[in-house]
Design a protein around this ligand. Structure first.
Ligand SMILES: C[S@@+](CC[C@H](N)C(=O)[O-])C[C@H]1O[C@@H](n2cnc3c(N)ncnc32)[C@H](O)[C@@H]1O
Length: 342
């Protein structure tokens, strides 16, 4: 290959130093070590500012001023609600809401190994925190498993009570409470922001037929409700636990239905809905097979969606993804009389 000047120039640049024996290398050796260069400007300094030191100084002064304004407004006493509130560390064991729901109402005494819910750490808004503090003593209930509930006392009347397990953010619950003031709704979930939201809605719309329970519905059913206490059970869009190894965490299982059946009076309706078809199939299978329930549908299949069930938040998300929603409506059959021998 001939000596092409262009080629040797490029290769020398890639090697980082002039080619051995090249004129550039010899002249560098004659000059001695290169003088020290001034430190490079930060790459974030705009190129025009690098060329003009006065302009760079002006830009730096402006950045310092903006920093000062931002930090002053964050600490101002009248900072808007939306400004992030710095988390103050809570001493260990101190409740998050002194008059609100407890973090673990049942404690380890009623610890269940398999849970149908996923503990979530979600942000509680100022409005929700205010509702939890203000309204929990009036309409809230911790599921601590320590006593049986007198539902007439809890609601202040003897109207029928339906239990809703897993109300999420509670919009559908509030809607049902408003549409049917003659039915009391005992709404249970572990989700603190949802509890605050539902209390807020109940307060805003004057829904005195809703009580908000905090904790595991299984402990509520097992330890705190008396036989035949409930006139209905609603489970809308329970966590689907799609992975096979998590199926054991699904709420609607034969053991759960056996427990629920003891708390439901004969004729009470169990209403489930899900947008996860394999779970809908499981619900239909276990409810159909359970001796204490019968399908309200003559064909033994899914029910048309009853007009009283509003579209829930999770349902909306499922519909957006093109999921099919199935409702199931089963009835608690009358208690079986013990058979006596002839
Ligand atoms: C997928 S969300 C559905 C919420 C709401 N029904 C909706 O459709 O928008 C299921 C809810 O059930 C609650 N949950 C699941 N198992 C529960 C249990 N054993 N006790 C109380 N809440 C439970 C979860 O915390 C969650 O908020």
């Amino acid at each position: 290959m001939g000596n092409r000047p262009g080629y040797s120039r490029v290769s020398a640049r890639y090697r980082g130093s002039p080619a051995r024996g090249s004129p550039a290398r010899e002249s560098a050796a004659r000059k001695g070590p290169a003088p020290e260069r001034p430190p490079k400007e930060s790459p974030r300094t705009p190129r025009h500012a690098r060329r003009c030191p006065e302009r760079a100084e002006r830009l730096r002064a402006r950045a310092r001023k903006i920093d000062r304004i931002v930090s002053d407004s964050a600490h101002a006493p009248d900072a808007p609600d939306s400004a992030p509130v710095p988390r103050s560390p809570r001493p260990k064991g101190e409740p998050r809401f002194p008059d609100g729901p407890k973090a673990d109402p049942a404690g380890s005494h009623f610890e269940r190994r398999i849970r149908s819910f996923q503990p979530r750490r979600s942000r509680v808004t100022t409005g929700q925190a205010d509702a939890l503090q203000r309204l929990w003593p009036k309409w809230g209930l911790d599921i601590d498993g320590s006593r049986t509930l007198d539902l007439s006392e809890l609601f202040g009347n003897a109207r029928p009570v339906v239990l809703e397990i897993g109300f999420g953010m509670g919009e559908a619950t509030a809607q049902m409470g408003a549409d049917d003031p003659d039915t009391n709704i005992l709404a249970v979930d572990v989700h603190t922001p949802g509890q605050g939201n539902l209390l807020n809605l109940a307060d805003r719309y004057g829904l005195s037929n809703i009580r908000v329970a905090n904790g595991d519905a299984i402990i509520l059913l097992r330890e705190m409700l008396t036989p035949d206490a409930l006139d209905g059970l609603r489970v809308y869009f329970p966590d689907p636990w799609p992975k096979k190894r998590h199926h054991k965490r699904r709420l609607i299982q034969p053991e759960f239905l056996t427990l629920a059946a003891t708390r439901l009076r004969p004729g009470a309706l169990v209403h489930c809905a899900t947008d996860w078809e394999p779970y809908a199939e499981q619900m239909l299978e276990v409810l159909t097979a359970h001796p204490h329930f019968e399908n309200t549908q003559p064909d033994g299949g899914y029910a048309p969606r009853p007009a009283f069930r509003p579209v829930t938040r999770f349902e909306g998300q499922g519909l957006d993804k093109g999921h099919v929603v199935n409702d199931l409506l089963f009835r608690r059959v009358p208690h079986q009389q013990p058979t006596t021998g002839a």
